[in-house]
Write a protein that binds this ligand. Structure first.
Ligand code: BES
Ligand code: ZN
Length: 555
């Protein structure tokens, strides 16, 4: 039972979707049809999820009825079916404000000459651009025809040939993805490549050169990559996430193009989802930790194999510290791995808890039973549940049978604390950068900089800036950390850079702490409002609603 969907997959299940869509940049809508195929109906109706869709007509059905709009769930679309009907075609258009679409004007792109569109379906936004059973418990195959204006290329997380797309492996709705814009492509390896605007594509190809090595690293541990190609798409800076694991085509923020591959653990993360998440999928959003906790664990194993143990240890320590910092501010119910999302949008459950507490549980299991046994377990888990959507209870039943272990699983998963006996990551490199004035920063990695900055108690901002030019940092992670400290310390020389950063990038992970910190003082609050008034229109609807919650909605 998925509380975030009106669909009734226990009664009737959609198996295949055929999309036929026009991308209309002038009106900011997608319009066309979705044909849903299901087993011959034995129930009188099919109930779908929609949000802000204009339903025009339904073929092969006795009309349709659009129910009342719920602010979180959207509106149920009820389609009366004749007995034995096996398909229905819905003609529809999206709203210009669709929560799962972002329509960018040319100035919001790198090339500044063409518009750009991309989808973000996770968690429950697919329903804002396709009428479907929008629950991760249901998996579908699909094919699609997408028409774009001349000169703009459409891409989907699917097999692509010309204007047609096909996904022959059953996937949950939150992984259906589309983008259109002025896109170039560079090959990275035998089965991988990168799409980006022409101005960025060379830099992206250099940054992501280790992609094939990463794919091989996971394959050695957890079995073959099952999706054919692994491509990346670099989106414009307003993309609200770091990355999104759309099958065959990871979407990423351009803010990881640091020039030195120091932020590519994000690629490792999205790639890892090809096993944890895309192959074995959370059945409900309360089971989100099965996606993200497993993925952070696998991400770190990739980083260890490709970039070495020291880099992996540093990232594990950074994650552990951030988890602690975030947990202290969270309500008890949000410190629990198996989330209680009653009455809430699943996007609100997206804290570091499913990510880092989940990964810590797996690291603890690994050290309890040994790496060899744990890897064998994980590999068998991915095989056993491949192409299925599972609950936390399914996981528990499986692990209790397959991997007897001394870890108190119920405590880890259903209680708000970090249980005693949790693995404790440690980094020798970090111990060296803590405290005192640094001398040998020349060889510091991004991770060391982050740890150093976060470990400062009362930072001497002018001195640090004078020595290390942090206000001018081109590394988005270091810059956002520095800007956060600047807000906290009232360090005015960084304020122009702060404003520029908040207007240029719409990644929620950066927006949230910066706006929250600004809101803590009256001057900061005024600054936040002024900046947000300028920046808001450029943010994705998801980021807008996050920042509305911090700064207040406009008007
Ligand atoms: N699947 C998530 C992004 C997501 C989560 C979108 C929930 C919508 C709802 C993706 O794999 C992810 O976790 N991205 C992280 C990066 C990661 C390295 C922690 C992000 O965007 O910051
Ligand atoms: Zn993830």
């Amino acid at each position: 039972m998925d509380i975030h969907s009106y669909a009734q997959p226990g009664r009737i299940r959609v198996r295949h979707i055929e999309l036929d869509l026009d991308v209309r940049f002038e009106r900011r809508i997608l319009e066309g049809s979705a044909t849903l195929h299901f087993e011959p109906a034995e129930v009188p109706e099919l109930v779908l999820d929609t949000r802000d869709l204009e339903i025009r007509s339904v073929e092969n059905a006795a009309g349709f009825q659009l129910g009342a709009r719920d602010p979180i769930l959207g509106a149920p679309l009820t389609i009366p079916l004749a007995r034995g009907a096996a398909w229905a075609r819905i003609h529809y258009a999206t709203s210009p404000d669709a929560s799962g679409l972002q329509w960018l004007d040319p100035p919001q792109t790198a090339g500044r000459r063409h518009p750009f569109l991309y989808t973000q379906s996770q968690a429950i936004h697919a329903r804002s651009w396709i009428p479907l059973q929008d629950t991760p418990a249901v998996r579908v195959t699909f094919d699609a025809r997408v028409r774009t204006p001349a000169g703009l290329r459409a891409v989907m997380g699917a097999q692509m040939d010309g204007g047609r797309f096909r996904m022959d492996q059953p996937i949950p709705s939150y992984l259906i993805a589309l983008a259109a814009g002025d896109l170039a492509f560079r090959e990275l390896g035998p089965r991988s490549g990168v799409y980006a605007e022409p101005a960025l594509v060379e830099a992206a190809a250099r940054e992501f050169a280790d992609t094939e090595a990463m794919i091989r690293a996971v394959e050695e541990m957890y079995g073959p990559y099952r999706w054919g190609r692994y491509d990346l798409l670099v989106l414009p800076p307003s993309f609200p996430f770091g990355g999104m694991e759309n099958p065959r085509l990871t979407f990423t923020t351009p803010t990881i193009l640091a020039g030195d591959r120091s932020l590519v653990s994000l690629v490792a993360h999205e790639l890892a989802h090809s096993w944890s998440g895309n192959l074995v999928t959370n059945a409900t959003w309360s089971d989100f930790w099965l996606n993200e906790g497993f993925t952070v664990y696998v991400e770190r194993r990739i980083v260890e194999k490709v970039y070495g143990r020291e880099r992996e240890r540093m990232e594990a320590v950074l994650g552990r510290r951030e988890l602690n910092r975030e947990m202290t501010a969270l309500a008890k119910r949000d410190r629990i791995l198996h989330l209680d999302l009653t009455g809430r949008d699943p996007d609100d459950g997206c804290t570091l808890v499913p990510y880092e507490k989940g990964a810590l549980l797996l690291a603890t299991l690994e050290s309890a039973v040994g790496r060899e046994r744990f890897d064998a377990f994980l590999r068998a888990y991915f095989d056993h549940f491949a192409f299925r959507s599972i609950t936390t209870a399914d996981f528990l039943e499986y692990i209790r049978r397959e991997l007897p272990n001394p870890v108190p699983l119920d405590e880890w998963i259903f209680r708000p604390e970090i249980p005693a006996g949790a693995a404790e990551p440690h980094s020798d490199a970090f111990a060296r950068v803590e405290g005192g004035w640094p001398t040998d920063t020349g060889a510091w990695s991004t991770q060391e900089w982050l740890h150093f900055l976060r470990s400062l108690k009362r930072p001497d901002m002018p001195h640090l800036d004078h020595e290390f030019h942090l206000t001018e940092s081109g590394n988005a992670e270091i810059l956002s950390q520095w800007l956060l400290m600047a807000v906290q310390a009232g360090y005015a020389p960084a304020f122009p850079a702060l404003e520029q950063f908040l207007c240029a990038a719409g990644r929620r992970k950066f927006l949230k702490p910066l706006y929250s910190a600004l809101m803590k003082t009256p001057e900061g609050e005024a600054r936040a409002r002024r900046i947000y008034a300028r920046a808001r229109a450029g943010y994705h609807p998801i980021a807008q609603s996050t920042v509305d919650g911090i700064v207040g909605a406009p008007g």
